[in-house]
Each structure stands twice: as structure tokens, then as C-alpha cells.
Design a protein. Structure first.
Length: 445
């Protein structure tokens, strides 16, 4: 027991001082990682890890029912540019869609092409993921994804994993994810991020909300853009984290502009030992801001589904619109969850982590080294400013969008119209049914 505690402390200390900044582009003594386990049976105990059975009464994704009552005025992000802060604060954040529980996976497509960051993973489709236990629900009903960490593989061979993208597109909003468990360890690279739906990466932007490698303990938050967007230390009073790169341009192999969280329990093993927690991103006309809290510190308004970022204190990271016209760099985005192994980032810094022996391909070929490749997601929730609700534009063919890490090419899909739309105030409508109003104003969408 004493040896185990000392070893755990050593990993935490080394992780805290290890390099964590994502770089620009670009003897086999294998020791198992210190495990942070959840109960798991590779052969699949279907009582614990089983797909939700198909049934006629299966619930649907929880959304605001926009037909249920008259709607107020919907303000687009461009309309809010001229508003002062007091007027903006008069608007509430209202739940638009919740990915959670038994219907969690209903709102996601499955990415199945080659990993663009050259990771040692094969992203599988939904049928394979559920059959092999890579996507599952725990006995408590918590949805999860994981890498195959039970099969023996040859050095350099891929392991099956999961990467999913939302079927809905978003052009701003408040995004909140609650993780019960996060992957971590040598060779492991999990992420929760957004990716522009159209064009060649990074023409329409990428936002990394949760990202890290190895046994780092501090979350890394990044935005990726085309040339022309950068941040500087003049805005360092707007966030708690540490800026590692000022140029957000990723079009020629740059790593984007990253901010490292000040919390040493915002990623990896230390995050799990704190009971997991919540990450939030607010993306609006003022810029992009992110927060994170461990389980015991989650704001009560988030728990009550009445979030108010004005009371959350200084963000962990801020990319302020005053120094970069974010509206021109970020278009409609999908949300992405994935777990990668090795890949460009890890391979470029592997030798800077002395507690990770051999090479990354050697290390991840041994399943004993991959005890910590499970992600458990309590929920992902998206809020929009109201007294109204934003319509959700659906991505028609977005399952194989790529992102940072390789030659991307043009994504499949159709042109994305703006998701913002407006109707007159309820007091002007009297008792006219909402459905009729929508029909009358259909040409304005």
C-alpha cells in the first residue's frame, strides 16, 4: 500500500512539471501505468456494459419544445454586438439540447476515416463500438466510450477506438460537459472539442475545450484559425491560465494559441481523483471563454440548469473579441469527443516524459499499459440566450469531418445556413399559435 501511494504521488508530481504545450506540427521495457480503475470486464458483462435496448418507448434527446409555448424575440450574435453588457445580462441562458443518459448516443455521428493526427487508432462505426464494448452504459446508466485496452497487438498496429461528432451544428452558445471519468496516461490523448463543418481545416475554425496527453494534470485549451488571429499578454488579466502560444494560425502547421489551465486537477488522474467535474465554454460576440470545476466546486446554477456565467468568476481561458475578430474565423461547428493513442503531438514530445519508457508504439501495444482509457460522460448540454430558442441546424453528412493533425481536404456535406432566426415578441402576437407564426416567417430563416 505504501509503495502504491508513493508511486501515485510520483506520477502526479512528474505530470505537473512535465511539458504540456502542444508543439508546432510536427529497448522495450514496458511497465504498466498505475491504474485508476473502474469495474470493467473485457468479455463484456452485459449487465454493466450493454447498449440500451431498442424499444418503441425509447426516449428522445431532451430539447426545449419550441412548439409548446409562444416564443420571444431571438437575438442573433450579430444583433448583440451593439448591446451593452447590462442589456446582454438581461437575457437568460436556456437549455437547447442535452446529450445524456440512455439517449446520449442518438445525437452523434460516428467518424470512421483514418485519424488525421496519425494516431494508432481505428475509429469504428456505432455497430462495432457497441458490439465490442467501446461504447456502452454503466450499470448506473452513465454513457461511456473507451479504447480497446484488452487485446494484444503488434507494435505499430492500431487499436479500435471511438470518435463521435454531433448531428447538430452550433454558431455560438454556452456548452457544458460533465465528465465522471477521463482517460489519461502515457500514449493517451483524449479530447472534447468543436470543429468547423465546412471547408478545408482550419478555414472555419476549431476550439479545443478539453485536451491533454500523458500524465499531465492541467487541461490545455486552444483555438485554431486561419492567418490573422492572435492573442497577446495585454488580455492576460481576463483569465487565470497561462498563455503558451500567441499565434492562432494553424494553416501552415502551427499549433494554435493555447492556454494552460491554472488548476492542477483539471486533467487526467488528478481530475479523476477529485471525482471528475465540469467544463464550460461560452462562445458569443464578446469572444470565447472557458471555465472548469472539480466535482465539489460545480456552481449551483449549473446543477439547476440555470447557468449564469456572470457569477462564475474569472475564466480559465479567454480569447477576447477585442483583439481578434472571432466571428470571421469561426463558422458553424460540430462538437467532437474522441480518444486517441500516440499521434503527432505525443510522438513529438515522448522523450520529454522520462516515466514513459520505450516508444509510444511499443508502449500502447501492451494492454497492461492502458488501464486508463475510459471516458464516462454524465452529460453534454448546450444553452442559448433567450427569451427564445435557437433552431438547431442539422449536419447532413458530417460523420467523417477531420480536424487538426493532417491534410484535411473539403468535408462532405451541404452549405450551412445560419442557425439564428427571429420572430416577433409574444406581446405582439396575442394568441396566434406559434406554428402559424413560423409558417408566415419561414422565408426569413
Amino acid at each position: 500500500m505504501i509503495h502504491s501511494l508513493l508511486a501515485t504521488l510520483l506520477v502526479s508530481i512528474v505530470g505537473a512539471i512535465s511539458p504540456s504545450a502542444r508543439p508546432p506540427t510536427h529497448s522495450k521495457t514496458l511497465q504498466p501505468l498505475l491504474p485508476y480503475r473502474i469495474p470493467h470486464i473485457p468479455s463484456l458483462d452485459h449487465t454493466m456494459l450493454s447498449p440500451f435496448p431498442i424499444a418503441r418507448d425509447r426516449p428522445t434527446l431532451r430539447r426545449r419544445n419550441s412548439e409548446a409555448k409562444p416564443l420571444g424575440r431571438m437575438y442573433s450574435q450579430s444583433e448583440l454586438i451593439g448591446w451593452d453588457n447590462e442589456a446582454k445580462r438581461a437575457l437568460n441562458w436556456e437549455l437547447q439540447i442535452a446529450y445524456e443518459g440512455q439517449t446520449f448516443f442518438d445525437g452523434w455521428d460516428w467518424f470512421t476515416t483514418i485519424d488525421p493526427s496519425h494516431g494508432l487508432v481505428t475509429y469504428v462505426d456505432n455497430a462495432t463500438a457497441f458490439k465490442d464494448g467501446l461504447a456502452f452504459w454503466t450499470s448506473d446508466g452513465i454513457p461511456g466510450i473507451q479504447v480497446d485496452h484488452w487485446s494484444d497487438t503488434s507494435i505499430g498496429d492500431n487499436r479500435n477506438s471511438v470518435r463521435i461528432t454531433t448531428k447538430s451544428l452550433f454558431e455560438g452558445g454556452l456548452f457544458i460537459i460533465d465528465l465522471a471519468l477521463m482517460p489519461w496516461g502515457c500514449g493517451v490523448w483524449p479530447a472534447f472539442w468543436t470543429l468547423g463543418y465546412e471547408g478545408t481545416w482550419p478555414e472555419t475554425g476549431e476550439i479545443d475545450i478539453i485536451e491533454g496527453i500523458q500524465s499531465n494534470t492541467n487541461n490545455q485549451m486552444t483555438i485554431h484559425t486561419m492567418p490573422g488571429c492572435s492573442i497577446n499578454y495585454s488580455t492576460s488579466n481576463l483569465y487565470l491560465g497561462t498563455l503558451t502560444n500567441q499565434d492562432c494560425d494553424s494553416s501552415t502547421g502551427g499549433s494554435g494559441c493555447s492556454i494552460i489551465s491554472a488548476s492542477n486537477s483539471s486533467y487526467g488522474m488528478s481530475f479523476n481523483l477529485a471525482g471528475g467535474g465540469v467544463f464550460a465554454m461560452k462562445w458569443d460576440t464578446d469572444g470565447i471563454r472557458m471555465w472548469n470545476w472539480n466535482r465539489a466546486m460545480i456552481p449551483s446554477d449549473i446543477i439547476a440548469e440555470t447557468p449564469d456565467p456572470d457569477f462564475w468568476g474569472l475564466p480559465a481561458a479567454t480569447w477576447d473579441a477585442s483583439i481578434c475578430d472571432l466571428e470571421s474565423f469561426f463558422k458553424a461547428q460540430v462538437l467532437v469527443l474522441n480518444i486517441n493513442l500516440c499521434g503527432d503531438w505525443i510522438n513529438s514530445v515522448w522523450n520529454q516524459y522520462p516515466y514513459c519508457p520505450g516508444t509510444c508504439p511499443e508502449y500502447v501495444s501492451n494492454p497492461l499499459n492502458l488501464n486508463n482509457t475510459v471516458m464516462l460522460i454524465n452529460y453534454v448540454k448546450v444553452y442559448q440566450q433567450s427569451d427564445a430558442v435557437v433552431t438547431i441546424q442539422q449536419a447532413e453528412t458530417n460523420s467523417n469531418l477531420t480536424g487538426a493533425g493532417g491534410p484535411i481536404g473539403v468535408t462532405n456535406g451541404v452549405a450551412v445556413r445560419g442557425v439564428w432566426w427571429g420572430i416577433a415578441r409574444e406581446k405582439m402576437l396575442g394568441m396566434v399559435p406559434v406554428l402559424l407564426v413560423r409558417l408566415l416567417f419561414a422565408g426569413w430563416m
